[in-house]
Each structure stands twice: as C-alpha cells, then as structure tokens.
Design a protein around this ligand. Structure first.
Ligand SMILES: [Zn+2]
Ligand SMILES: [Zn+2]
Length: 324
C-alpha cells in the first residue's frame, strides 16, 4: 500500500482541494483497510471488501480515492447518517470495523499547534500527525449484508404497480399485496410537476386517483362540506408532510406549492372545521416549527382508513365483475 503522503496527494487531486476532510478520510481508510486485512485495495484485493460511508462530505471523497470503492461498482454504500464514520467490511472473512472520527479530536488538534490562530489551519496540520487513537474510535462490528446489496448481477426487476417504473435489486415495497417503488410507497425526494401534480391542480378532487393495478380500477375520493369539495388527497399529503417534517415550509416545498398557499389552505380548513389543525412554535414566518393537533391527526388516520377501505372494496368488486 502507498504511504500516507502519496495517498493524500491522490485524494486531493480527485477531490479538488486539500482540506481537513481529505486528511481524515485518507487516515480513516488506512486504519479501516489495515483492520480488515486489505493491503492492495485497488489491485488483487479489490473485490474482497466493501465500505459503508455515513456522510456525504469531503472525507468521503478521500475514502473513495484510497479504497477505489465506488457507488457504481456497489463497493461503496452511502448510509445517510450525517456522521463522520465509515465501516470497512471484508466480504471474504466477514471481518468488519467501524472507524469513527472522535469529536474530541477537533479540540485536541488545537493543542498540537496552539501558535496557529486559525482553528481550521491547526486541525489540518494536526490531523496529519495525531496518533490514530486520538483521532478515531475503531469498533469491531458485524454487518448484515443482504444478497441484493452485493456487487454482481442485479437481483430481480419488478414493475411498480403505481407508477409503472421498474425497480431493481429488491428495492420494491409490498403494500396491500402490490409491489410499489419506494417513492410511491413512502413518498420520495421529488414531486412530479406533471399534469396531475402541478400546483394548480394539486388540490382539486380530480387528483384523487388511486391506480390500483396495471389493469385495474381507479377511484376518486374526497370529502364535501355543504356541497363543496373540502378535503382530498392534496390536502392530506400537505398535512401528512407537516406532521412528518414539523414545518409548513418544508411540507409546502414537498407538495410543490408556496408557503403562503399552504398556509392559506390550512387556515381555510381550520375556519371551516372550527378546530385548530396546526400548532406553531416560535420562529416567525416559515422559520418556526409546526405541529399537527391531536384532532387533525385523528382526522387523517380516519381518512386514511376510509381510503383503504374504498380501494379494497373497489378492487374486489372489480375482480368479481371483470375477472382476473
Ligand atoms: Zn474538502
Ligand atoms: Zn412507483
């Protein structure tokens, strides 16, 4: 294996600049690889190990550079924990070690170079020379890696029953007996801006379409109050997102409308229902937190239940009338 300085030069080239993250990442990799008995990570040992990184920050580039592991080769796994840690797994021996950058090392670094005023500069220098024990906590761990996470041929290719897109490597989720992709099952990081999901039509009842099967029945469901549409999927998604994130701002972004619009929908509903839906904590417009009241949580869970019942009943009747 190359020495520290050479590995650091390489990672700086890949990453684009020298930073404390590069120094830490290179040293983390050296510790982790040594712990699992990997001496030639980019050569003869390249198919023998996998690295789990827990943060998408500078150090991850260094780990990628030293180990040669990548997402595309499936030898690098990104676990979105926001922690400066990585686990090195030898897939032949099963040996695995998690290397965590110690929080104290940030402060200790200063003591190494008290004459350097810039804290970051001191860290950068100190991380190069501090003993491993001061920088890292290394723990023996066991990693439960499922077959579908291994490099090699994809396992399975399943069509999502809701959006029709294909899902590889058993990432589908089964709900009510149907395979769904993760975004359809649990909500994704994106919101479609297509005809049905544009901000303009989002809250109209016509959006409430449940696509039950490839060949199947759809139903629309909304609640009316005094003959006026009052509650449907759009508002349900908005309120559910408020509950999930504790923020109207974030929820509005997720469903693709403005904060003001979300706020006005919520206020209008409160007025018509005569109960508060959201309790706001201090922090000003858009900045503070928001929490659903117990009353609306109860309302949402009942709505969810009736939606499921309608879908189930429609599915069953459809099968009876139209056959398999
Ligand atoms: Zn950096
Ligand atoms: Zn889907």
């Amino acid at each position: 294996m190359k020495d520290f300085e050479e590995l650091l030069r390489e990672s700086v080239r890949v990453h684009g600049h020298l930073c404390a993250g590069q120094v830490l990442g290179v040293r983390m990799s050296m510790v982790g690889l040594a712990a699992i008995g990997i001496t030639d990570p980019k050569g003869k040992d390249r198919k023998d190990f996998i690295v789990y990184v827990e943060i998408d920050r500078c150090a991850t580039d260094a780990i990628q550079s030293v180990t040669g592991c990548t997402l595309g080769k499936r030898s690098l796994k990104f676990m979105d924990y926001g922690k400066m840690a990585a686990t090195f797994l030898n897939i032949r021996s099963g040996a695995a070690f998690r290397v965590l950058a110690k929080e104290e090392s940030r402060h200790k670094a200063r003591q190494y170079f008290p004459e350097i005023e810039d804290r970051y500069e001191a860290q950068l220098k100190a991380y190069r020379i501090m003993p491993e024990g001061e920088l890292f906590k290394v723990s023996r761990v066991s990693v439960n890696m499922r077959p579908e996470e291994m490099p090699g041929r994809p396992l399975g290719r399943v069509r999502c029953a809701a959006c029709g897109e294909y899902v590889q490597d058993r990432r589908e989720v089964e709900k009510n007996g149907r395979p769904l992709c993760r975004p359809c099952a649990n909500g994704g990081y994106f919101t479609l801006k297509g005809e049905n999901d544009s901000a303009a039509s989002f809250f109209s009842p016509s959006v409430m379409q449940i696509k039950h099967n490839d060949f199947g029945i759809r139903s629309k469901l909304w609640i009316e109050l005094e003959g006026e549409p009052f509650f449907g999927k759009g508002k349900m998604l908005l309120l559910a997102a408020v509950g999930r994130y504790g923020s109207i701002n974030r929820a509005a972004r997720e469903v693709g409308i403005s904060y003001r619009k979300a706020w006005s929908y919520i206020k209008a509903m409160e007025k018509r229902l005569g109960i508060p839906l959201v309790e706001c904590r201090a922090g000003g417009k858009g900045g503070g937190g928001a929490e659903l009241t117990p009353e609306i949580r109860d309302f949402l869970s009942r709505y969810d239940e009736i939606e499921k019942d309608v879908r189930k009943a429609a599915d069953e009747r459809f099968k009876e009338l139209f056959g398999p």
